[in-house]
Design a protein around this ligand. Structure first.
Ligand SMILES: [Fe+2]
Length: 310
């Protein structure tokens, strides 16, 4: 894997695993950052794929201001909207699952590994998630490095995948019972995109196994049987434990992930029937570029509109 060499870094960076995740210490995100700090956060994000910060007690205004320093925020969420008065902020509450689906949220495959919004040809560059109400234990988030996943494939498999493109769409999988109001919203805001299975990271030039398990359901040119077998393998491979890091949240924690090269797994334990803890986080997402493959061919929006800034 190509690791970007960062010179004269102004940050205190503590890596958490071999492939992914670093904690950034001694920084106050409530205040405007220097240009050097902004540049170093971006470079460290491109290298470690997810950054964690502790004891950052930002309010909504500070969260939005910090987001603007790193990029251009997109509207909170294309289906589920934004927090009142803050079009950039999406509320990630525990109850959002029960609001949308019939039955027990723990049984919904919708809440599974994914890269944010790969139903757009230009999925977000990064997401910034801020903890507010945090369970005393449980509710961790896991992240996986899709560049490390690609690198671990055999040369034969790498070359086979480079020629393929996948269809990503924003729709609950079969068997997920969505409430009518959200079924209608899903129809109105339908988004489908075609992405290469191997994407090039626009900053590091690493190759990314661009598999977003919740969104990717078809491979162009393969039979349904072939698609099923290949996707089953790729989705399991992409999240092998050695490519991942697991983050335990505390009040004031913030995570930023490079959405061009990672998948993440929202917590499922908080939806167990015996879990009574609340959990409420807030997220912003930053505009990303249109993805492209190793042949330079860009991703395509097949249905709906690409993401746009606020
Ligand atoms: Fe997500």
């Amino acid at each position: 894997m190509i690791k970007r060499n960062i010179k004269k870094i102004s940050l205190d960076v503590a890596p958490l695993t071999l492939h992914i995740g670093a904690e950034i210490k001694n920084i106050d995100l409530r205040k405007p950052l220097s240009d050097q700090h902004v540049e170093d956060i971006k470079a460290t994000l491109a290298k470690w794929k997810v950054l964690f910060f502790r004891d950052q007690f930002l309010d909504h205004d500070q969260h939005v201001a910090f987001s603007h320093q790193l990029g251009n925020p997109t509207p909170g969420h294309p289906i589920y909207g934004a927090s009142k008065g803050y079009p950039e902020i999406y509320t990630v509450s525990k109850t959002r699952m029960t609001d949308r689906f019939e039955g027990e949220p723990i049984n919904h495959p919708w809440n599974w590994w994914h890269t944010d919004l790969t139903c757009a040809k230009n999925p977000p560059y990064a997401s910034i998630l801020r903890a507010d109400v945090v369970p005393p234990y449980g509710g961790d988030t896991q992240f996986t490095n899709l560049c490390a996943a690609y690198d671990a494939l055999s040369p034969g498999m790498q070359s086979f995948l480079k020629g393929l493109r996948g269809i990503h769409h924003k729709a609950p999988q079969d068997g997920v019972n969505v409430k009518k109001i959200y079924k209608d919203k899903n129809k109105q805001t339908r988004m489908v995109s075609e992405h290469p299975l191997v994407r090039v990271h626009p900053e590091t030039t690493e190759k990314v196994l661009f598999v977003s398990p919740n969104f990717l359901h078809d491979i162009v040119g393969l039979t349904p049987t072939e698609t099923k077998a290949i996707l089953e393998f790729l989705k399991a491979h992409a999240v092998r434990p050695e490519f991942t890091v697991r983050f335990q949240w505390k009040p004031g924690s913030i995570a930023i992930w490079d959405n061009r090269a990672t998948c993440h797994l929202p917590p499922r334990d908080i939806y167990m029937p015996d879990c009574k803890f609340e959990r409420c986080f807030y997220r912003t997402t930053l505009m990303g570029p249109t993805a492209y493959g190793t042949d330079g061919q860009e991703s395509r929006q097949l249905e709906g509109k690409p993401l746009s800034p606020i």
